[in-house]
Design a protein around this ligand. Structure first.
Ligand code: ADP
Length: 402
């Protein structure tokens, strides 16, 4: 029997998201999520997708750590005949947030690779430790199975130095590995490829601006299939206005908060990462709620929306300049795929750049990649649903079969 199944694990500090896929037809066999690991109120939600139905099962009650979480997931999978001991399981694909400059592509994990991911913890203190835990627990469960790391940063390693370096003292930057790494790379890679497909072209033939607008948000400029610039930097704080993150600001705001407002570094970190962006501007980070409030004439929600759109437009303009020629702008992730009002506003007034949105096409909802620009528009505007788990599974499967 050939092994064609891939388990995709996305381990966060207190959660594990997982999907089991069969790579013969990219079918999802099961999906699930363990939340609030380490608390009394942990929850495992497991949805088997074999056999037609999609009845979820929920386990509520304390799950002490990631090891207990993965064991519980393995038990749930086994109940559906999808156990991790199956010879059909080919590999586990792990989402790893930070691969630094070392990892430019998916990598089979051995002790050296794991040590390097650990060495990158100082530049990704919130993410890499959880990813490492997920890897170690999966290794312990199936020591014989290839474990593959798929890095959020890898797609951006093609950025030229002119885009990747901050204009600070080179020696200091190098000593502390300070540069722009970019994130959401699996999504930018997948969506830019799918956009080329939608245009009936090879990725090498097109230049695409990808706008990944979820709770976290980032833009990228993809030239002939390779990333040449992206809006997130050393950490996912830089760039667009996000659900709870500020995105770009004058770095002197930080000195000001420290000196004048007497805030500690940790307090400023929390302010900019968790209490800023849309939540800081209007108290809500869900675009559904923000647009609903705008409909009721809420001025605060309107201003937050306008700030969000203003930043987005600046990046579309900047990346049009970086790319020289733009073939498509692709909207993706929760906001990009669902919020027609955001897409319309982001493109409004950019006719000189060749951009326009057809109101009727923009209003259509769907799960498939689709064009929303009028036929006359020089640049295609597209909605392209992202699928990071499928991308991780595809890259993992390709690697173990190469
Ligand atoms: P992440 O993976 O970063 O947590 P997602 O890509 O799932 O985020 O996006 C989540 C966000 O998408 C929500 O916070 C909300 O703002 C937005 N969103 C989801 N559905 C809709 C919708 N129907 N209309 C507008 N915005 C939506």
């Amino acid at each position: 029997m050939t092994a064609t199944r891939i388990l995709v694990l996305n381990s966060g500090s207190s959660s594990v998201k997982y999907q089991l896929l069969d790579m013969r037809d990219n079918a999802r066999l099961a999906v699930g999520l363990v939340e609030r690991i380490g608390e009394e109120t942990s929850r495992l939600k497991h949805t088997p997708l074999t056999g037609g139905g999609a009845e979820s099962r929920e386990l509520n009650g304390p799950i002490a750590d990631h090891e207990a979480a993965l064991k519980a997931v393995a038990e749930e999978l086994a109940k559906d005949g999808l156990g991790l001991d199956s010879p059909e399981l080919a590999a586990v694909g792990h989402r790893v947030v930070h691969g630094g400059l070392t990892f430019t592509k998916p990598t089979v994990i051995d002790d050296t690779v794991l040590a390097e991911i650990e060495r990158l913890v100082p530049v990704a203190p919130l993410h890499n430790p959880a990813n490492i835990t997920g890897i170690k627990v999966a290794q312990a469960l199936r020591p014989d199975l290839p474990q593959v790391a798929v890095f959020d940063t890898a797609f951006h390693t093609t950025m030229p130095e002119s885009a990747a370096r901050y204009a600070i003292d080179v020696q200091t930057a190098d000593e502390h590995r300070i540069r722009r790494y970019g994130f959401h790379g699996t999504s930018h890679a997948y969506v830019s490829r799918e956009t080329a497909k939608l245009l009936g072209k090879a990725p090498e033939e097109v230049n695409v601006i990808v706008l990944h607008l979820g709770n976290g948000a980032s833009a990228s400029a993809v030239k002939a299939g390779a990333c040449v610039d992206t809006s997130m930097g050393l950490t996912p704080l830089e760039g667009l206005v996000m659900g709870t993150r500020s995105g770009d600001l004058d770095p002197a705001v930080i000195f000001h908060l420290a000196r004048v407002a007497q805030m500690s570094v940790d307090e400023i970190d929390t302010l900019l990462n968790k209490k800023s962006g849309m939540v800081g501007l209007c108290g809500d980070n869900d675009m559904r709620e923000i647009t609903r409030r705008m409909g009721e004439g809420d001025e605060q929600a309107r201003l937050a929306f306008d700030i969000y759109i203003h930043r987005l437009k600046k990046y579309i303009g900047a990346y049009s300049a970086v790319l020289g020629r733009v073939d498509a702008v692709a909207f993706t992730a929760g906001v990009g795929e669902n919020a027609a009002a955001v897409r319309e506003a982001a493109v409004a007034g950019l006719e000189e750049l060749g951009l326009a949105v057809d109101a009727d096409l923009n209003a259509v909802r769907g799960d498939e990649p689709r064009l929303i620009s009028p036929e006359y528009a020089r640049v295609a505007v597209a909605v392209v649903p992202t699928d990071e788990e499928l991308e991780i599974a595809t890259q993992t499967y390709a690697l173990v079969n190469s």
